[in-house]
Design a protein around this ligand. Structure first.
Ligand code: SF4
Length: 239
């Protein structure tokens, strides 16, 4: 009788890793992401699910998937590169902020305080990855008979409720990927990781040797983007 091979469900494994990590104090865990470019099929599901999860308006995209052509004809290949915030260890976006509205948390995530941000956009220019965008307060359905109610729903970023019309609003501010901190607090994976059809994303606590992401982060075939910029990006790509 043929041997039954039960493959490990990566999402369930990583979900357990996240649940274990959130039991620890913030300064004892370190969120990390590894993206296997050999598995990314360029479907953009992560981009779209991130927009839906974070209620992102037109012009604000936290996780685009870049389409690269590599080589010279006829030896050309195509590669898809998801590009979240690199959660840099030396983030150039932080040092240029004149009002200290952005900083790196102990768990490794670089965040923006919408209550403090004045919308100067220095950080957009400083980030070499283009990982920050401005919220100009637009709606996808603004030139239709009615702005659809789902576009006016508050965002739950940073475990708060940001109303697009109230006093606490991200409109006019810089916005960026934050590894779905509001989901992590609930023991859930970032939306992009959950949605990836190719299972190209690994996520969890890099400080936890048992976690899948910590094991994948030891892969030899890894690169980081634009390391020469000195930002010390933490997102790892497998090639
Ligand atoms: Fe800042 Fe850009 Fe690095 Fe993200 S990728 S931490 S926005 S410099």
């Amino acid at each position: 009788m043929a041997e039954l091979v039960v493959k490990e469900n990566l999402l369930i494994r990583m979900q357990a890793d996240v649940k274990r990590a959130v039991q620890k104090p913030e300064n004892e865990r370190r969120w990390g992401m590894v993206i296997d470019l050999r598995k990314c099929v360029g479907c953009h599901a992560c981009t779209v699910s991130c927009i839906a999860e974070n209620k992102l308006p037109p012009g604000v995209v936290y996780r685009p998937v870049l389409d690269q052509e590599i080589g010279t004809y006829p030896n050309v290949t195509r590669r898809f590169v998801p590009r979240p915030c690199m959660q840099c260890d030396n983030p150039s976006c932080v040092s240029v902020c004149p009002v200290r509205a952005t900083w790196k948390r102990h768990d490794g995530v670089v965040i923006v305080d919408y209550d403090r941000c004045i919308g100067c956009r220095y950080c957009l220019t400083a980030c070499p990855y283009g990982a920050r965008t401005s919220d100009f307060g637009n709606y996808y359905t603004e030139h239709t008979p009615e702005i659809q109610p789902y576009e006016k729903q508050p965002s739950n970023e940073y475990c708060k409720s940001w109303d697009r019309h109230g006093n606490r609003s991200p409109v006019g501010n810089a916005r960026k990927c934050h590894f779905c901190l509001h989901r992590l607090e609930q023991g859930l994976l970032p939306q992009c990781v959950s949605t990836c059809v190719g299972r190209a994303n690994y996520f969890g606590d890099i400080h936890d040797a048992r976690s899948l992401v910590a094991q994948m982060a030891k892969s030899a075939n890894q690169i980081k983007l634009l390391e020469e910029k000195g930002t010390r990006p933490t997102v790892i790509y497998l090639v």
